[in-house]
Unconditional design. Sequence first.
Length: 146
Amino acid sequence: MTIFIGSDHAGFTLKQELKKYLDTLGIKCEDAGNIVFDPTDDYPDFSYAVARKVRKTRGARGILICDSGVGVCMAANKVSGIRAVNAYNIKIAEKSREHNNSNILCLGQDYMSSRQAEKIVKAWLETKFSAATRHHRRVDKIEPRV
């Protein structure tokens, strides 16, 4: 599985820590930026970069980080085919995969420790999309209609 990861300045520290964590799990991770800490950068730039890469790469997933996880999530969800979730605990991460087949995990650096983030990432990566017909039907209904 390929993971694309990105953050603005407000999520940069956690992003760097999660890249190391993913490496310990043997998971390939491609950093879509920002590559250097820049306090003037803007989260939509990295949200769109990750979302476009996830959309183009079969089976890929993404991780986005900002201060709250909200901004990167809103921006990523503007890209067709993306189902980004702002997961602030393990249960939300698991449900977003099982019921909604989320393909981008958004995290808020200001609201969790790196250890908490690692647990959320692990749960999200390990949870499979449900085989239940109702979940597939519902995910189909949230695809863009315009």
